[in-house]
Design a protein around this ligand. Structure first.
Ligand code: AMP
Ligand code: MG
Length: 536
């Protein structure tokens, strides 16, 4: 065997459970729902399930953890990542956190349907926490059953991996395993509960700590535990900031704000709507976390939210995500204030959020249009006028930006029909576009041509640049639903096929064109395709 050959084996996973080693545990170990005080977590065992079956796994996440593909197909893998068997070094626990839900303080929440198995150190020395979602009750389960169903687990599994391949910061998903157990769900809270197949996703991230992890301790006036958690977080996940001190706490808050800005800019770039941006669903690492009633923009609409639970206020609508992220950071600032006792530096960082976000979003919008920089005097109105048109003439966001790269910006003598031709596929009702409509769109396109010509970018480079930020393949809502329908019928090949496509979202993949198609008419009002509830 060569010296470079790695030995991959489930049995040799290196666990180093620092979170539970260094932070205070709940002294009670019985699995009873309760308020847990002065503790960051409770020890708890995953529930055993009758008939686990592997639906899919991510080979990239397996590789990240040094698990061979062969091991992923083993019984040990199946049993370990559904919660039936603990591997050497696993010590399961549920985290305590609180949160603001829909703008209101909700008190203790915690891992009600998530159980951490432990932290793996891979051969590169990187730390990854493994967490089962849907593996049974914990002291934080409140009114829930601690379980998850195939439908929602498949959505989490696929979307985590799709986001990763799109270059959007996210928690990852190692595996999706059905349990063989039926779970009762009232999908739309309308008194029509149904039995669904249970499932467990193994999520993976360096840390699952949330804004709400800090809020819970300050809400209780428990500054000691608050300080322990913040010092721990800085030394473990942000060691580059230095030894914890008041100055470093402020620097840390700035870093979390910066990462959050990047995260939202990416969401806006790819058309992702999180759907439930409560403070317990905000990762301190700036990762997309807690895939529930999320959705992808089909026809461009900044006011759209997939979450039926939020239908009346639309607090978490697509175009409002940056403001909400800032509001959530405000809650995190309040939470750590007792350790800093100066409002000014925190306020400054929060104010800076708006400026920095605007700047980074401007740069991203320039990139999406293939421009070398954002020139505020001309490009703000260029973008705003485009957004009005996209909304007015029901336009698919993903297809539009992708096809915009095919517009010949140097040819100023094209007829309206020739100019708009590459974009027709983006309109939900292209046939209904009148000559006048087309002329209106072309007026914008001619402005765009002029603007693009100011930059000295050759056609090929412009197209390459645009195609690197405007994906061809996203996890369209109706396609996720088709994957669910297939999986519920026992067809897991559809899932694997789709995952394969989503691995290369910026490539053309002519053989997979059907996964890039705009939402078909039947999916417009179908539950799961355009509307989801928190139980999703
Ligand atoms: P989420 O909407 O997924 O962010 O969940 C909010 C809170 O409710 C978290 O504390 C979850 O752990 C908890 N929760 C959601 N669904 C369940 C469930 N089926 N069983 C127990 N707790 C749940
Ligand atoms: Mg959550």
């Amino acid at each position: 065997m060569g010296t470079n050959t790695k030995l991959y084996s489930l049995a040799s996973l290196q666990f180093d459970n620092r979170f539970i080693r260094e932070l205070p545990a709940d002294s009670a170990t019985d699995n009873i729902r309760r308020q847990v005080l002065q503790a960051c977590y409770s020890f708890v065992q995953p529930a055993k399930v009758p008939a686990p079956q592997l639906i899919s796994y991510s080979k990239e996440v397996a590789q990240l953890l040094d698990i061979s593909e062969q091991d992923c197909q083993s019984d040990t893998f199946l049993n370990a990542f559904v919660g039936n068997q603990l591997l050497d070094g696993m010590k399961p626990y549920a985290q305590c956190y609180g949160g603001h839900q829909f703008g209101n303080w909700a008190g203790q929440l915690g891992d009600g349907r998530a159980i951490n198995l432990g932290e793996v150190i891979n051969q590169q020395g990187q730390r990854q926490t493994l967490q089962l979602k849907g593996a049974g009750e914990t002291p934080y389960s409140r009114g829930g059953d601690g379980l998850a169903v195939l439908r929602s687990s498949l959505r989490e599994f696929l979307c985590s991996e799709a986001m990763f391949h799109l270059g959007v910061p996210t928690t990852r998903a190692l595996s999706l395993i059905t349990t063989g157990q039926q779970v009762t769900r009232d999908m739309f809270y309308d008194g029509r509960p149904q039995q669904e197949l249970g499932a467990v996703v193994c999520r993976v991230a360096p840390s699952f700590t949330r804004f709400g992890s800090f809020e819970i301790f300050s809400s209780r006036g428990d500054t000691d535990t608050l300080k322990q958690l913040l010092d721990y977080t800085i030394t473990t996940d942000f060691p580059e900031l230095g030894e914890p001190s008041v100055d470093v706490y402020i620097k840390w808050f700035k870093e979390v704000a910066d990462r959050t800005i990047d995260l939202v800019v990416h969401w806006m770039r790819v058309g992702f709507v999180h759907g439930v941006l409560n403070t317990d669903n905000m990762s301190i690492l700036g990762l997309t976390i807690d895939y529930g009633p999320y959705g992808w923009i089909d026809n461009y609409d900044p006011n759209w939210t997939p979450n039926t639970t939020d239908a009346s206020n639309k607090r978490y609508r697509f175009g409002h995500q940056a403001q909400i992220a800032q509001w959530n950071l405000g809650q995190l600032a309040n939470a750590i204030f007792p350790l800093i006792e100066q409002a000014e530096p925190l306020r400054e960082i929060l104010n800076q959020f708006a400026t920095d976000y605007t700047e980074r979003w401007q740069t991203m919008r320039a990139e999406k249009l293939g421009l070398s920089s954002f020139i505020a005097e001309t490009d703000e109105s260029l973008n705003q006028d485009l957004h009005v048109l996209l909304q007015h003439f029901e336009t698919d966001m993903t297809i539009f930006y992708r096809r915009l790269a095919d517009i010949d910006v140097s040819n100023l003598n094209l007829t309206d029909d020739a100019l708009i031709e590459p974009l027709l596929a983006a309109y939900y009702d292209a046939e209904a576009l009148t000559a006048e409509d087309k002329s209106q769109i072309c007026t914008w396109l001619r402005r765009y041509q002029q603007r693009a010509n100011q930059d000295d970018i050759d056609a090929e480079t412009r197209k390459q640049n645009m195609n690197a930020v405007n994906p061809k393949y996203v996890l369209r809502n109706y396609i996720a639903q088709q994957a669910i329908d297939a999986a519920e019928q026992g067809d897991t090949a559809y899932v694997d096929n789709l995952l394969e496509v989503l691995r290369r979202p910026y490539d053309e993949q002519p053989e997979n064109e059907q996964f890039a198609a705009k939402r078909p008419e039947w999916a417009r009002q179908r539950p799961g395709c355009s509307m989801l509830s928190c139980s999703s």
